[in-house]
Design a protein around this ligand. Sequence first.
Ligand code: CDP
Length: 209
Amino acid sequence: MSHEIIAIDGPAGSGKSTVARAVADSLGWSFLDTGAMYRAVTCEAVFRGIDINDQNAVGDLARSATISTTPRVCVNGRDVEEEIRSEPINVAVSVVAANSQVRESMVARQREMANEQTRGTVVEGRDITTVVFPNATLKVYLTASLEERSRRRGEEGVESVARRDQADFTRETSPLRQADDALVLDTTGRSIEDVVGEIIQCLKNITSS
Ligand code: CDP
């Protein structure tokens, strides 16, 4: 591996994005939100009126789309930063993320994006510790109670969060699971600073040993 990776996985509302961004800022590393990529493909499929259950059509779309996640999420030149968090996309993204053709294309892009960075990268998602970067410098699995995760999600609501969890844990391709050697952190009732501090301390312990 040409540079360092901190891989973070966990269910919706476990604090991945906030924590990953803060860890990246604190280390001066880049940050990659892979969920935004699956959401961007989903937006584009809906925008073009493609049936999200048509695996080949959505696979073709995923392979051909231009996707960027910073400074705003864009797909094929269209800004979808707000749309990716809408309820129709929350529902449809579980189907698109279960499509193995879509995953293959996203995983290849994620590896490329991280490799292009001159410094380290903090990458967060559902399969980062298990599939995308199984040899990451540090692997973290964040979790929290369903109650707290739904509270953090606000408008999305407990039913939608529980439904996405179920889809992510049980799908055939790259289901969400804890890597055997991940640092498992339950963020229920813990502050962001506290969790970020523990991850950075753990990284220091690894790199100094
Ligand atoms: O922010 P939240 O954790 O709710 O979701 P997200 O990270 O934006 O991801 C949205 C959806 O994309 C998840 O529910 C997964 O179905 C899928 N996803 C995935 O399958 N693999 C990833 N590496 C990231 C997201």
